[in-house]
Design a protein around this ligand. Structure first.
Ligand code: HEC
Ligand code: HEC
Ligand code: HEC
Ligand code: HEC
Ligand code: HEC
Ligand code: HEC
Ligand code: HEC
Ligand code: HEC
Length: 447
């Protein structure tokens, strides 16, 4: 099939303009394939014209090429003369795009629908309720698609529409390509824009869109949008465009030495999502792929400097806040000090949750992608305030001698936390002399 596609590309190079003028309606209108277009041109003209303007139409890929189904598929149904299914899963696309399919299947994106056991899912189902999970969580993450018990082979309205990034399809494949390639134009230019990621990558717990927009990369991109050459099939940073990187540039697109990768985890060194950040597997190799992207526009001293600062910010979050907060919560839980037996039934649990899941992630995401406002005001500022003036006071309210001793020891013995018991004048002098900064110098040491 891949070879067929390449052949089609070859034919198009010669025939493209001709086909475009003829309007790619080349299949016989009386064949099932031709009938789809003839009828839908009238019944759903907007949809038809999206398809008609697409690269697929220009290459002779028609409705039936994507929607055809075998009679035994769980979601197949008879539609006029043909067996079709409404879903077009990654597996269906893989008939012609095998490499993209394989890379998506190997990525974290494909796993994003497996969230039902997570603390986030517990929170949504218990404190809110099912409809919120469907139109909230599952709309970004995806969920298992089910068949409607009352309408054989049609999709259950409880689970579809859905284009979640890790949707679990009836054919066993994971994900949905149209999460980033909206139908029926499937325009490559759209996938390269930051907006294509920002349906999901935004908000209080993963504000990548906001971080990007406040960064120099984002504002340079919007200034020079017209020069980004987004429509070009080949899109190598430094060769086909140069003004600014988009999300795709750094996480997916080609460089002079790397091909496009549909595994978005391919260039990451840290995992910034959990309460305590950990290194990715093979993080050095992955980091060198990202640095190769940067090198199209920056010198290596500049790029190494960025990672030096970023690594230290992640370690600061881990060592100063995440580890003690987690230890404190473990102590509280191990002594059964909480009133409500249900998780999230107690204020201290919400405070801890937001500390790592909201502001804790915001700080790390801001630091990773050059967003100073998210690193500080929406990040470390909130973390510090909530650690000292929400988490610790909530813990003290439990009136437990062990908890109180644990807190007292932390604030007395840990040089990063000792400040609470020191006069402001001494601290100001220590900042001026540079002495206070030395407390943090270990965080800059490479692993
Ligand atoms: C004679 C007209 C006609 C032909 C031929 C036709 N369709 Fe349709 N199709 C429709 C109409 C009308 C609807 C909308 C039905 C509705 O709104 O419930 C529809 C709905 C659909 C749906 C969505 C069904 C759903 O459950 O949401 C798909 C997918 C589809 N058609 C694909 C195709 C394909 C592929 C072909 C060619 C094999 C085709 N159609 C041929 C008229 C046609
Ligand atoms: C490149 C593959 C591809 C081609 C070609 C294609 N479709 Fe689709 N179509 C999709 C995908 C992907 C979806 C979304 C289904 C999903 O979520 O899995 C979809 C969904 C639909 C739907 C249901 C969603 C809605 O918005 O109501 C209809 C109807 C439909 N297609 C009709 C058509 C018709 C008619 C044509 C030809 C003019 C066509 N499709 C060509 C991939 C394709
Ligand atoms: C029958 C073969 C076939 C199927 C099935 C198919 N495609 Fe394509 N697709 C092509 C061809 C041919 C091209 C144009 C040349 C190329 O990219 O190799 C193309 C191009 C594309 C492009 C680049 C568009 C652009 O603007 O340049 C995207 C994105 C894409 N397909 C996504 C999909 C997705 C997502 C699906 C499944 C929903 C899908 N395709 C299903 C054959 C197919
Ligand atoms: C706006 C889209 C969106 C919504 C709504 C959403 N999430 Fe997420 N979620 C994401 C994104 C994007 C990430 C990855 C963030 C990152 O990598 O920084 C994520 C991360 C997660 C993770 C961490 C996965 C890991 O590998 O560590 C879990 C678990 C999770 N979400 C569950 C949920 C649940 C349950 C809900 C509903 C209560 C929900 N999410 C709502 C987009 C969303
Ligand atoms: C996370 C978003 C995302 C998802 C999910 C995604 N794509 Fe892409 N895709 C992109 C981006 C961005 C590009 C453009 C890469 C470039 O050239 O800069 C692209 C490019 C493509 C191309 C053009 C050829 C190439 O590799 O550059 C094809 C074909 C394609 N995608 C198919 C698919 C298929 C099939 C799936 C599902 C299995 C899929 N994509 C899922 C973002 C995505
Ligand atoms: C439909 C929602 C959605 C879209 C669109 C989307 N993502 Fe994601 N992304 C997620 C979710 C959810 C996760 C977390 C998956 C998990 O860990 O379970 C995630 C995780 C990631 C990760 C972390 C991967 C890892 O291995 O740790 C990166 C990087 C990423 N996305 C980049 C992108 C980029 C770049 C785009 C756009 C080209 C994009 N995403 C589009 C939902 C989405
Ligand atoms: C200049 C390049 C660049 C741009 C542009 C960029 N990122 Fe990143 N992104 C990075 C770097 C560097 C990291 C940190 C990688 C590491 O840990 O080594 C990162 C990390 C991430 C992560 C991982 C977060 C986690 O929780 O582990 C996600 C998700 C992500 N970016 C999504 C996006 C999205 C969405 C956009 C666009 C709105 C975007 N990025 C724009 C370079 C970039
Ligand atoms: C397509 C070109 C391009 C790529 C690729 C790129 N950048 Fe940039 N970057 C820029 C431009 C343009 C600026 C603004 C320069 C200025 O301030 O004069 C910038 C600014 C920066 C800044 C300064 C931010 C500030 O507020 O002063 C840092 C740090 C940075 N980039 C790091 C990186 C890293 C790390 C990567 C790779 C993960 C990367 N860049 C990839 C173009 C790029």
């Amino acid at each position: 099939m891949v070879r067929y596609c390449k052949l089609a590309v070859g034919i198009l190079l010669i025939m493209g303009p001709v086909l475009e003028r003829m309007g790619a309606e080349s299949p016989d209108p009386k064949s099932p394939a031709g009938e789809c277009m003839t009828c839908h041109k009238e019944k759903s003209p907007g949809l038809y014209r999206q398809w008609f303007s697409s690269s697929h139409a220009r290459h002779g890929v028609t409705c039936i090429d994507c929607h055809a189904a075998s009679q035994e598929d769980p979601d197949a149904y008879q539609h006029f003369d043909a067996w079709i299914s409404t879903l077009v899963t990654p597996k269906d696309c893989s008939a012609c795009h095998e490499r993209e399919f394989r890379e998506v299947a190997g990525s974290h994106h494909a796993r994003a629908g497996q969230i039902l056991k997570s603390a986030d899912a517990y929170l949504a189902h218990v404190t809110a309720g099912h409809p919120a999970a469907i139109q909230g969580c599952e709309s970004c993450h995806g969920a298992p698609l089910k068949i409607d018990p009352d309408a054989p082979n049609k999709l259950s309205p409880l689970t579809w529409p859905n284009s979640g990034i890790g949707r679990i399809n009836p054919d066993g494949s994971e994900g949905s390509c149209n999460a980033c390639h909206p139908r029926h134009t499937f325009a490559i230019a759209q996938a390269r824009q930051p907006e294509s990621c920002s349906k999901c990558h935004l908000g209080p717990d993963h504000p990548q869109k906001e971080v990007y927009e406040e960064s120099k990369h984002g504002n340079t991109y919007y200034t020079h949008l017209a020069k980004m050459n987004l429509d070009s099939f080949k899109w190598v940073v430094g060769e086909d465009y140069f003004a600014a990187p988009t999300c795709a540039t750094c996480h997916m697109s080609a460089t002079a030495t790397q091909t496009v990768s549909h595994d978005v985890g391919n260039r990451l060194t840290w995992n910034l999502r959990p309460p305590l950040s950990t290194r990715q597997k093979d993080w050095q190799t992955k980091g060198s792929r990202m640095k190769d992207v940067c090198s199209a526009c920056h010198g290596s001293t500049f790029v190494t400097g960025h990672y030096h600062q970023y690594d230290a910010s992640v370690r600061l979050y881990n060592e100063k806040f995440a580890k003690p907060a987690t230890e404190l919560m473990t102590l509280i839980r191990s002594k059964n000090l909480l009133k409500s037996p249900a998780e999230f039934g107690n204020t201290v649990e919400w405070v801890y949750w937001e500390l790592w899941h909201h502001e804790g992630r915001r700080a790390r995401h801001g630091a990773s992608m050059m967003g100073p406002d998210y690193t500080w005001w929406h990040g470390f500022y909130d973390i510090a305030q909530h650690f000292y003036f929400k988490l610790i006071p909530e813990a003290r309210k439990l009136n437990d001698p062990d908890v109180n001793t644990w807190i007292d020891t932390l604030l007395k013995d840990d040089p990063m936390h000792r400040w609470l018991n020191q006069p402001a004048a001494d601290l100001k002098a220590a900042i001026q002399s540079g002495e206070l900064q030395t407390i943090y110098s270990d965080l800059f040491k490479a692993e």
